[in-house]
Ligand binder design. Structure first.
Ligand SMILES: [Zn+2]
Ligand SMILES: [Zn+2]
Length: 338
C-alpha cells in the first residue's frame, strides 16, 4: 500500500548524510517538503535557505556501513530525528553544496562542446551520405532527434529507478549521483536553488565525453545512430534541469518553459509530483514524462525489481519502504495498484 506523503513527513522525517571515508554515519535532521501543491508553491529566499542549511544538528552513530548496504533508506521510519516542516532547501548529502564551482562549469561546458562536435559531425556525415540533399538531411536529423527525445524519457525512467532503488553514497563511481537522487526525496526543494552547472554536472559522469566518444566510435558510418545516441546523452544530462523546472514555480522559470511543460515536451509539475510519494515506486521518467503511464501500468519496474531480486537477492528501496509492494511483486502482481 502507498504511504501518504503526510505519513512519511511525520514518520520518515530524517536522513543520514552519506560519508565516504569512515565507517560512521551522521544523522542530519531534514526539513520536510510538500510538493503536491506544486502549482501554488512558494519558495523561501536564498538567505532563509542558507540559514536552514546551517542549522543542522548532527548526531554521531556508529554502524557498520558499506557500499552494498549502508543501513539507511531515505524515508524509512524510526530514524528518531526531527524534520521541521516547511518548503526549504537543504543539502542532505555530505560534501554537496548549492554553490556552482569552476570545476562544474568546466565539466559541463567541455561535455556539451564535445557532444555538439559529435552531433555536427554526424549531421555532416548524413549530408554526405544523402549526396548533399539538404531537405533529406534535415528530415532525417529532425526525425532522429525526436525519436531520441522519446527514448531519452524512457532512459531517464530506467536511470532514475536504478539510482533511487539500488546502491548508496558509497557505491563506486555512481555514489554521488545515487546519494543525490535518493536525498532528493527528503529535500525535493533543494534542486530549485541550484544553478545550471551545479544541477547537471553529476550526470556528465555516466553520459559525458567518454560515453559519447565510445558511442560515436561504435556507430562507425551509421550517422543516424551516432546522432541519436549523442543527443540521447545530452538529454539525459539535461533531464536534471528539466526536472528542476518541474520543482520551480511558473514565475521562476522562463515563460517558454511553461509552454514546453503545458505541451508535454518537458516533464510538468503535477506529473512529477506524483513521483514524490513514498515508496517512490513510479513516475520515474523526467524528460517529458511520456513513458510514465505505460511503464507504471504495465508494472515494468516491478518486473525489473523481481528480476534483480531473483538474480542477486537485492531488494529495491521501494520494497523496503513498502513491504506490501514487495509482497505483491513477489506474487507476480506487477501493475501499479492505482
Ligand atoms: Zn526519485
Ligand atoms: Zn523531483
Amino acid at each position: 500500500m502507498k504511504k501518504s506523503l503526510g505519513a512519511i513527513l511525520l514518520t520518515a522525517a530524517s536522513s543520514q548524510a552519506f560519508t565516504s571515508s569512515t565507517c560512521e554515519t551522521r544523522r542530519v535532521p531534514l526539513h520536510s517538503t510538500v510538493i503536491d501543491e506544486a502549482e501554488s508553491m512558494t519558495i523561501p529566499s536564498a538567505g532563509e535557505a542558507l540559514l536552514a542549511g546551517e542549522s543542522y544538528a548532527r548526531q554521531e552513530t556508529i554502524t557498520p556501513k558499506s557500499y552494498l548496504d549502508d543501513g539507511f533508506i531515505y524515508g524509512l521510519d524510526d530514524s528518531g530525528l526531527e524534520r521541521p516542516k516547511g518548503k526549504n532547501a537543504n543539502v542532505v548529502v555530505e560534501g554537496d553544496s548549492l554553490e556552482t564551482t569552476p570545476f562544474q562549469v568546466g565539466l559541463v561546458s567541455s561535455t556539451f562542446a564535445v557532444q555538439a562536435f559529435f552531433a555536427a559531425n554526424a549531421i555532416h556525415t548524413l549530408f554526405e551520405q544523402t549526396n548533399g540533399d539538404v531537405g533529406q538531411t534535415a528530415a532525417f536529423s529532425v526525425a532522429t532527434v525526436v525519436a531520441s527525445w522519446v527514448a531519452a524519457d524512457f532512459g531517464s525512467g530506467i536511470f532514475h529507478w536504478s539510482v533511487d532503488n539500488y546502491g548508496n553514497g558509497r557505491t563506486p563511481i555512481m555514489g554521488n549521483i545515487i546519494a543525490a537522487f535518493q536525498g532528493h526525496h527528503s529535500a525535493p526543494w533543494t534542486i530549485a536553488y541550484r544553478g545550471f552547472c551545479n544541477n547537471v554536472y553529476k550526470l556528465c559522469i555516466p553520459f559525458g565525453i567518454p560515453t559519447v566518444a565510445a558511442i560515436n566510435y561504435l556507430s562507425g558510418d551509421n550517422s543516424m545512430a551516432a546522432l541519436f545516441f549523442t543527443f540521447f546523452c545530452w538529454i539525459e544530462i539535461m533531464s536534471q534541469e528539466l526536472h528542476k523546472w518541474s520543482h520551480q514555480t511558473k514565475a521562476e522559470v522562463p515563460s517558454i518553459v511553461n509552454v514546453l511543460q503545458d505541451l508535454g515536451i518537458t516533464i510538468g509539475r503535477v506529473p512529477h509530483a506524483k513521483h514524490h510519494t513514498a515508496p517512490f515506486e513510479g513516475n520515474y521518467c523526467i524528460v517529458s514524462g511520456l513513458c510514465n503511464e505505460t511503464l507504471d501500468r504495465s508494472g515494468f519496474f516491478r518486473w525489473m525489481e523481481h528480476t534483480v531480486y531473483k538474480i542477486n537477492g537485492v531488494e529495491s528501496n521501494a520494497w523496503k519502504l513498502d513491504p506490501e509492494l514487495k509482497e505483491r511483486t513477489l506474487s507476480g502482481k506487477y501493475a501499479m495498484s492505482e
